[in-house]
Design a binder for this molecule. Structure first.
Ligand code: PRX
Length: 636
């Protein structure tokens, strides 16, 4: 990489004009200020940048840790800051959202127009009996109505639970049942790669079996025929045309600590966990991190190319950009449809200034070669971002040279559903090392430690830990506070540290290099999947008695990891290529295409502990040809 003009050795130094123009040009100073007086630091930011119906009494209450509280007894609603307050300024006539569908249809919503739609839909929800604290499941494609639905829930104080549109029946059903949602909002279908994903059909299968859903609202997107159940299902456009759809709906006054949403994510064991975020702290955290890391300025066109169904979309498509009064771009479809230059044509067409995506997408597009981006004028770009998994230096280099044309620093942001927003990340003024997410965001005390919690030597692998609370942290696992404590705070309980579940190294400059998950979570194309969920999908097939799944590096170097499944068959079933294919499809149908194992192998036994727990690390070591480690707990 030495021929790159801003690289010195392995370090990329941002150009002086980038540093001087950045919101934060002196990372060390700000980090030190935040670390020395965490509550004072965040109290000042919260007071200066947002409107509160009533101010807080205490910034941080740690008396009942790890159940931390931020902005205690303040009254606020994130929607007041994301929409309502902009109605009084010039921002109301600015584009909040620019949308392009896969087929090329476009829509622009100014802040005023977006607010109009959100108010109308919020009053529709109220008229259907949705109250503060109720859960609403949203299962949609990447279209503006998804955003409107989320914002409308927040406005009335209902908690949205968005289920990614790539998930299937079982995944949707499990999340509806666990959250006890009263209402499901979906669409007739979503466009992807020129075909329709049958969201309403999948929703029907789930709702028919779900216990709590009373009504379904369906957005017409594709216009193809779908089954609507009379008395249960309503068209979005019909409801929005009723007199009850009031464009002046009131925003519910919430406590800063009231729940904003839950979002399910995979964990070590059992079913997915409902991560809970709040109105106050999440608002402050997501918008401040976006402003400083991506240096958002009034003239930017920000494109977070994630799906709103994941935390990246919640925080950085829906909430933070609106709170900042920024302009976001959203694209519905596949990056390669109809040709592998679709994304690059969009950058040129909309003059995107900041592009934020995942390494898997970069690697996927890199395979088509530089001629595709080469057809388009990418000179509007000034910053690039990466999220979801470690970015390998090859992909970093391509992204930097071919897409960023050596002009755009790459912000490699490490964070999680649980953290709400960026945790380990550069700012535009920070020197970069390709493959490292650099250092903690101001105020985030991050370290790499051994079993005892002692810092490991430079460049040694250890547990990643976060040593102090932050405003955007998850508050609990919905309906399961014990699991919250157990999962995140028990490993280093004595020290009171948060355990993200990743392993990492820290180099001599204090730069963090995240390696990957230490638990039974598999990252496939940046998506977070639990072995437990895939295994239970396999076992739900009549042929399978027991199953184990592991993630191994993708030999094609696109997805990061692929899933390998091992199944013990029930009596009367014989291993065959056909059965292996059928099992893969079964997982696809139950969970969604992203969870399909790359291979399904049939085995007579699985390595287990004496207490019967499957030792996936042994399977993995075998596949990878590595040392199998300590086998003393192995049963057999
Ligand atoms: O393993 C880390 C990886 O993604 C996990 C969190 O996944 P999820 O909750 O789905 O959120 C993804 C989007 C924020 C982490 O525990 N991860 C995320 N970003 C990075 C990363 N690994 C390395 N580098 C990153 N930049």
């Amino acid at each position: 990489m030495a021929d790159d003009k801003n690289m010195v050795g392995d370090v990329y130094f941002p150009a002086p004009e980038v540093v001087s123009a950045a919101h934060i040009s002196d990372y060390d100073k700000v980090h030190q200020a935040a670390t020395e007086d965490l509550a004072g630091f965040w109290g000042k930011i919260a007071a200066e940048n947002y409107e509160w119906y009533k101010p807080w009494e205490t910034v941080l209450d740690d008396s009942n840790a790890p159940f931390y509280k931020w902005f205690v007894n303040a009254k606020v609603n994130i929607i007041h800051n994301a929409l309502d307050r902009h109605m009084r300024t010039d921002t109301r006539n600015k584009a909040a959202l620019i949308f392009e569908g896969e087929k090329g249809d476009t829509r622009v919503y100014t802040y005023q127009q977006l607010n109009h739609e959100v108010c109308k839909f919020a009053s529709v929800l109220r008229s259907m009996g949705i109250d503060k604290g109720d859960r609403v499941t949203i299962y949609m494609g990447r279209i503006p109505e998804l955003m409107i639905a989320m914002l409308a829930c927040a406005k009335i104080g209902a908690m949205h639970s968005v289920v990614y549109g790539g998930f299937s029946t079982e995944a949707l059903l499990g999340r509806i049942d666990d959250s006890k949602s009263k209402l499901l909002i979906t669409c007739d279908g979503a466009w992807l790669r020129g075909s329709i994903i049958e969201l309403k059909h999948i929703a029907n299968e789930a709702v028919d079996r779900a216990g709590t859903i009373q009504s379904v609202i369906c957005v017409k997107r594709t216009g193809h025929e779908v089954k609507m159940v009379s008395g249960r299902d309503y068209w979005y456009h019909d409801l929005m045309n009723l007199p009850v759809a009031d464009p002046k709906a009131k925003t519910e006054v919430m406590d800063a600590e009231d729940p904003l949403f839950i979002l399910y994510t995979s964990g070590t064991t059992g079913k997915p966990k409902a991560i809970l975020h709040t109105h106050g702290g999440y608002m402050v955290w997501t918008s401040t991190t976006l402003k400083w890391v991506f240096d958002i300025k009034p003239e930017d066109v920000w494109w977070c190319a994630a799906d709103p169904g994941w935390i990246t979309g919640h925080s950085y498509i829906v909430y933070a950009p609106l709170v900042l009064g920024a302009t976001s771009f959203m694209y519905e479809g596949a990056p390669t449809h109809p040709y592998p230059d679709r994304w690059w044509s969009l950058v040129a067409k909309y003059n995107i200034t900041i592009l934020y995506t995942a390494p898997t997408a970069i690697r996927g597009l890199m395979r088509f070669g530089r001629s595709w981006p080469g057809k388009h004028d990418l000179s509007s770009l000034r910053l690039l971002g990466s999220v979801g998994e470690p970015i390998n230096p090859e992909a970093w280099k391509w992204y930097h040279r071919v897409i960023g044309q050596e002009r755009c620093p790459i912000m490699d942001t490490w964070w999680q559903t649980e953290t709400g927003g960026y945790m380990i990340t550069p700012l535009p003024s920070v020197p970069l090392k390709p493959g490292s997410a650099t250092r903690g965001f101001p105020g985030i005390q991050v370290d790499v430690v051994d079993e005892e919690g002692d810092p490991v030597a430079a460049n040694e692998e250890g547990y990643l830990v976060i040593k102090a609370p932050w405003p955007g942290m998850l508050r609990t696992i919905f309906q399961d506070p014990d699991r919250y404590v157990q999962q995140y705070w028990s490993r280093f309980a004595e020290q009171g540290w948060y355990l993200p579940g990743d392993s990492a190294k820290k180099d001599e400059d204090g730069y963090i290099w995240v390696i990957g998950r230490i638990d039974d979570v598999i990252k496939v194309s940046g998506y977070r999947l639990g072995t437990a969920e895939i295994e239970s999908a396999l076992v739900s097939h009549a042929a399978v008695a027991e199953a184990a799944c592991i993630g191994v590096p993708d030999p094609n170097e696109v997805k990061g990891n692929i899933i390998k499944a091992y199944c013990i068959l029930r009596q009367g079933f014989e291993p065959s290529e056909k059965l292996s294919m059928a099992l893969r499809d079964h997982v696809g149908h139950e969970m969604g295409p992203i969870a399909k194992p790359a291979t399904v192998e049939f085995v007579d036994g699985l390595p287990k502990t004496r207490s019967g727990k499957i030792m996936r690390r042994i399977l993995k070591a075998r596949v990878m040809g590595q040392d199998e480690g300590d086998l003393s707990t192995l049963a057999d």
